[in-house]
Ligand binder design. Structure first.
Ligand code: SAM
Length: 231
């Protein structure tokens, strides 16, 4: 049994996929995907030895040494010499996930699907996907154990397909599909964010700092967006 968060990531992996799970830690996701007959082959990639050891132990425990290869390496470097069609990166901040994608772009040439699960700042990933011609094909927001997570799914294609022509910047921030669906997790997350921004706005009005006007106008812009979305 895995978390609802990882189960949601797994639900976007196509049957028969060959996946690389980057930052796999305990390899829970690859083990789940193989045990359910979803993935044929998986790499559990880790940059740190402790988590890599945890992944090795987990793979051995289930006897999946044939199907799951654990590899030490930074980001997408573990794809070198492998035949992989799907990349998953879960449980990290959006900026780190975007850095991993940017740093290993050359390994993404043959990748058919990216499934990315940022804990924060999903907008950084949406922006990266647009800049690099990945089409966001689906996204989800969910709550588990008091935390709110987003899952983004992308394939090579028309990067603005899901965004349309208007309000692209706002949709990058909120999620084009998430903001049209507005489920409970979405409303909870952005209601809190709105409250935070109102507090920061008050603090900024009392402060004097370099660039304060650009900070104020950025916050003002976001508050306006949230008022539109949450009304
Ligand atoms: N993916 C698992 C999940 O969603 O439950 C584990 C998430 S854990 C919080 C993040 C893992 O990413 C850590 O084990 C860390 O060592 C690994 N990590 C961080 N930066 C990495 C990088 N550049 N390349 C590979 N792994 C990385």
């Amino acid at each position: 049994i895995i978390s609802k968060r990882l189960e949601t990531v797994a639900s976007y992996v196509n049957k028969g996929a060959k996946i690389a799970d980057i930052g796999s830690d305990h390899a829970y996701l690859p083990v789940y995907l193989v045990s359910q007959g979803i993935a044929d082959y998986a790499i559990a990639g880790e940059v740190n030895k402790g988590p890599l050891q945890a992944a090795e132990n987990q793979v051995k425990k289930y006897g999946y040494e044939e199907q799951i290869k654990t590899k030490l390496g930074n980001g997408l470097a573990v794809l070198e010499g492998e035949v992989i069609d799907t990349v998953t990166i879960a449980g990290m901040g959006g900026p780190l996930i975007a850095d991993i994608l940017e740093g290993g772009k050359e390994h993404l040439t043959y990748i058919e699907r990216l499934i990315l699960q940022p804990n924060i700042a999903a907008d950084r990933i949406r922006a990266w996907l647009i800049e690099n011609n990945w089409q966001l094909i689906d996204e989800e927001i969910l709550k588990e154990d008091g935390h709110i997570y987003e899952v983004l799914v992308a394939e090579p294609g028309d990067p603005l397909f899901l965004y349309g022509k208007n309000e692209v910047e706002k949709k990058v921030w909120l999620g084009p599909k998430l903001s049209s669906e507005k489920n409970n997790a979405f409303l909870e997350k952005w209601t809190k964010e709105h409250e935070q921004l109102e507090k920061i706005k008050v603090k900024l009005s009392e402060a004097s700092a370099p660039n304060i006007e650009s900070k104020q106008s950025d916050i003002e812009k976001k508050i306006t967006w949230l008022k539109e979305e949450l009304s």
